[in-house]
Write a protein that binds this ligand. Structure first.
Ligand code: G3H
Ligand code: 13P
Ligand code: ZN
Length: 333
């Protein structure tokens, strides 16, 4: 058993309280590889931003949980080496689906876990979340829970109203579970295909998706004043990256994300954690495809992973500074 505090990591409590007060959001970037980790740390240090590094079940299967945990410990040391004396880095389990998985992560040094019981019946979601909270809080680990279902294009419906988080449930759920933050469903979804073209409006040749349900967010905020809200599925799917991928041999059709203006608006509310994974995947893939297409003789991975890392870093900085507004928000530099 190792406690995250011994690794120099922090939980989300204090950074979320400051984010809500200050009207900005903390970036939660998924990572699977060393290059993603380096790019996240470089971006956070350069912008003096707190940051959440999150690990999905898929990332654990791909990279090995122990390796990712040591990478997060390395991230703290790396941030200090880059000149940040007091980095605020959270190691978070993304979409934990069982008590055992959350416990395992807490025991190995994670400072925050998500227990995602959103697909379960309401009472089961409460019972499971409560069980995780009771264990996590013994070690001062913070817990994110989820209410409402994120729509997916697979369903051929995006954020049908019945999938939105029900504002009338949030007080009961947070009181009974004791969770520290709540992921809600207001129209975002995972992946690079968040909306079908048919669901969008064509404005000056650009497909504009339907707006997020800010009315639902406002109702939730009214019910839970000052309570940290989380948005999943918040990649914007930048057109330039999709075009680069397609220009250099890729085939990403009708990839559509959440307009950054809406994320900017959400960041100013009680939304204090915004999850971004797909944009990092796009930035990495675009740079690798372009580099290899333009340099057919390259075979040293460093030759294409460095541009990939640079492109991800640029994207992370852009999100921090121009979208979420968490730059310069470290408690101590
Ligand atoms: O929420 C989903 C994240 O994008 C992680 O995806 O399970 O493929 O690593 P993954
Ligand atoms: P995106 O697929 O929009 O990047 O969402 C990531 C996410 O929510 C991880 O939990
Ligand atoms: Zn998610």
């Amino acid at each position: 058993m190792v406690n995250y505090k011994e690794l120099g990591l922090v939980n989300t409590r204090d950074m979320f309280a400051r984010a809500i007060k200050g009207g900005y959001a903390i970036p939660a970037f998924n990572f699977n590889t060393m290059e993603q980790m380096q790019a996240i740390v470089m971006a956070a240090v350069e912008t003096k931003s707190p940051v959440i590094m999150q690990v999905s079940k898929g990332a654990r299967n791909y990279a090995n949980a122990t390796i990712l945990r040591f990478m997060a410990e390395g991230a703290v040391a790396y941030a200090k080496e880059l000149g940040c004396e007091h980095p605020e880095i959270v190691l978070h389990l993304d979409h934990g689906d069982s008590f055992e998985l959350c416990k395992n992560c807490i025991d190995m040094g994670f400072s925050s876990v998500m227990i995602d019981g959103s697909s379960k019946p309401y009472e089961e979601n409460i019972a499971l979340t409560k069980q995780v909270v009771e264990y996590a809080h013994k070690y001062d680990v913070t817990v994110e829970a989820e209410l409402g279902v994120l729509a997916g294009v697979e369903d051929e419906v995006v954020a049908a109203e019945s999938h939105y988080t029900k504002p009338e449930e949030v007080i009961d759920f947070t009181t009974k579970t004791g969770c520290d933050s709540l992921a809600i469903s207001i129209g975002t979804s995972h992946g690079a295909h968040k909306f079908t073209p048919a669901q969008c409006t064509l404005v000056n040749g650009v497909l504009v998706p339907p707006p997020l349900a800010f009315d639902v967010l406002a109702e939730i905020e009214k019910k839970l004043p000052g309570f940290p809200i989380v948005l999943h599925g918040s990649s914007s799917v930048p057109m330039e990256e999709v075009e680069t991928i397609n220009k250099f041999g890729g085939k990403l059709e009708a990839a559509i994300g959440i307009p950054e203006e809406q994320l900017r608006q959400a960041s100013k509310s009680a939304v204090c954690k915004i999850n971004i994974d797909s944009d990092s995947r796009l930035a990495m893939t675009a740079a690798i495809r372009q580099t290899l297409a333009e340099n057919p003789s390259y075979f040293d991975p460093r030759q294409y992973l460095k541009p990939a890392r640079d492109n991800m870093k640029k994207m992370y900085i852009h999100k921090i500074v121009n979208v979420l507004g968490s730059d310069g928000k470290l408690a101590q530099c």
